[in-house]
Design a protein around this ligand. Structure first.
Ligand SMILES: [Zn+2]
Length: 229
């Protein structure tokens, strides 16, 4: 299938569909690689559900299949919506992915233009956002089309906050192999050049934030804070 490399998707919200189409002819096997079969879904214990220390707008999406708990997390994949440009809700993406025949929204988080972070799939579950890589990755969608527009400052701030916590929670070292754009995994321009070009600075900012948090928790910092008292 001829794919338009300038778009993450050929029609609205079909980033995930595009991944399947680009990687191989659409077959039943391909579909099963992106969405876990019901019989393999595992019960998710409440204790395994992490809670972010910053606001995340909860959603009440119904998924058409049970979601499987992810056994490994060593990478975070950044996406954009592509078409349409501008702002998009997690609910709209969920509806579009359902219309594509998916269990529901494939991303774990959606970052709106005003920086609001909305929940997609529960973070501990296997996503459906990066062909062949869903079993070990978290997917974040930053709304917009960054082939033609820039992410807002609020979006970048929220993305860095979210990435910092994910790196801390999953013990991920920020780097070019761990915080990546969708285009690094699959044949797509997603997440758009104007967001992709910012990834080096975003990784660096996350490293600084993590270092600051670690310093806050060390005896040295407590000594420095008490110095002169
Ligand atoms: Zn993507």
């Amino acid at each position: 299938m001829k794919m338009n490399r300038n778009r993450c998707a050929a029609v609205a919200f079909v980033c995930v569909f595009a991944i399947i189409a680009m990687a191989a002819p659409v077959t039943a096997a391909d579909t099963s690689m992106a969405e876990e079969p019901t019989e393999r879904a595992e019960k998710i214990s409440a204790a395994a559900v992490p809670k972010e220390p910053f606001p995340v707008v909860e959603t009440t999406f119904t998924f058409t299949e049970p979601l499987k708990e992810r056994q490994k997390t060593d990478m975070i994949v950044i996406h954009h919506v592509g078409i349409p440009a501008g702002d998009t809700t997690a609910a709209a993406i969920h509806a579009a992915h359902l219309a594509n025949g998916w269990a529901g929204i494939g991303y774990h988080y959606v970052i709106r233009k005003d920086g609001t972070i909305e929940r997609g799939r529960p973070v501990q579950t296997v996503g459906a956002h990066a062909y062949g890589e869903n079993e070990h990755t978290v997917g974040i969608n930053v709304t917009g089309n960054f082939d033609t527009e820039k992410p807002t400052a609020a979006q970048i701030q929220s993305l860095e906050t979210l990435l910092t916590w994910l790196c801390q929670y999953y013990h991920i070292e920020p780097g070019v192999t761990t915080i990546i754009g969708h285009r690094d995994l699959n044949s797509t321009d997603c997440p758009g050049q104007q967001l992709y070009a910012q990834l080096p600075r975003i990784r660096q900012d996350v490293k600084v934030r993590l270092a600051e948090q670690q310093l806050e928790n060390t005896p040295l910092k407590r000594i420095l804070n008490n110095h002169g008292k």
